[in-house]
Design a protein around this ligand. Structure first.
Ligand code: HEC
Length: 283
């Protein structure tokens, strides 16, 4: 005979009788009767053990038996959850569109509407390729002077002075010890070949004027921390004169607010930097 533990059989019997299914001997099929009958002799074998389960089982059986009847009507909270609408159908296209929107949005932050890099992004690329080897990848300095902590805004409060210095380099600016930048610079005015004796190379001819403006802006605004008036940035990210006029003509050359060339054929500025009322952001 298969060993069904005695206490399980006992519990089964008790439960059946509690539910009014005819106690142990009832049984719907022929197999049920022997199974129920066999253990009926056994309780005498172990008198102590079955005694406790019997009482407990009867109690346990009584509780579900009562609970089973009122369980028939669906409880109100279950009914409510069944009636409640699932996620509405119109949410699906919205969910599908969210990643699309995210891509468009993130793209809009960094790229001009044309898909071209912004002026500052262009400046970052030029700096990494042409300046970082001497000035450090984040402008901390090296062979070339450091640019962090507003250093460039102190040397060149007006962006025009910096555009000219990068265009001409140390030697194009003048012989050794030629002063450049703001004469009232905190810590003293800078002079050519005064940092470590090395010259700053000229970039006239190797950069376009549009690239010159881009890299100079990047050095000032990103590396040196200059804050530029929002009115001086066009929708496409290009820098404007304070009166809103463009700084570059359609050919990509630097122009004055009057539309004349800002840098002449010798590489000299056609209008002087204004150290007291400067253009190009504050440190
Ligand atoms: C070969 C090394 C070298 C490279 C490359 C270089 N520089 Fe310089 N830069 C220098 C040195 C050296 C000085 C200091 C010049 C001096 O004392 O006359 C300097 C000075 C400067 C200054 C003046 C800083 C001040 O406060 O006086 C600016 C602005 C500048 N560099 C910008 C640039 C830009 C923009 C580029 C890339 C387009 C660049 N440099 C690439 C070596 C370099």
């Amino acid at each position: 005979m298969t060993e069904v533990p005695e206490h399980l059989l006992k519990r089964s019997r008790d439960r059946r009788s509690a539910l009014g299914l005819g106690g142990g001997d009832g049984g719907d099929g022929g197999d049920a009767a022997p199974a129920a009958a066999a253990p009926a002799d056994e309780p005498t074998g172990s008198a102590v053990e079955p005694a406790a389960p019997t009482a407990a089982a009867k109690q346990a059986a009584a509780v579900p038996a009562e609970a089973a009847e009122p369980a028939k009507p669906i409880p109100p909270y279950v009914a409510a959850s069944l009636k409640r609408k699932k996620i509405p159908l119109w949410v699906m296209p919205v969910l599908i569109f969210i990643p699309v929107w995210a891509i468009i949005y993130i793209g809009g932050l960094s790229k001009a509407a044309t898909g071209q890099p912004t002026q500052l992004e262009e400046g970052a690329t030029i700096f990494a390729a042409q300046c970082a080897s001497c000035h450090g990848s984040t402008g901390g300095g090296g062979v070339g002077r450091p640019m962090t902590d507003s250093a460039l805004i102190k040397t060149f409060p007006d962006i025009l002075g910096q555009l000219d210095f990068v265009w001409l380099g140390s030697n194009g600016t003048g012989p050794k010890d030629t002063p450049y930048g703001d004469p009232d610079r905190e810590g003293g005015q800078h002079k050519t070949l005064s940092y470590n004796g090395n010259p700053m190379p000229a970039f006239k001819g190797s950069l376009t004027q549009a690239q010159l403006l881009a890299v100079v802006r990047y050095e000032r605004e990103v590396l040196s921390g200059a804050k530029i008036d929002a009115k001086q940035v066009a929708a496409d990210g290009k820098m404007l004169w304070p009166d809103g006029k463009p700084m570059l003509d359609t050919a990509g050359n630097l122009i004055t607010p009057d539309g004349k060339p800002l840098i002449d054929s010798d590489g000299k500025l056609t209008i002087e930097p204004n150290w007291k009322n400067p253009v190009g952001g504050t440190g």
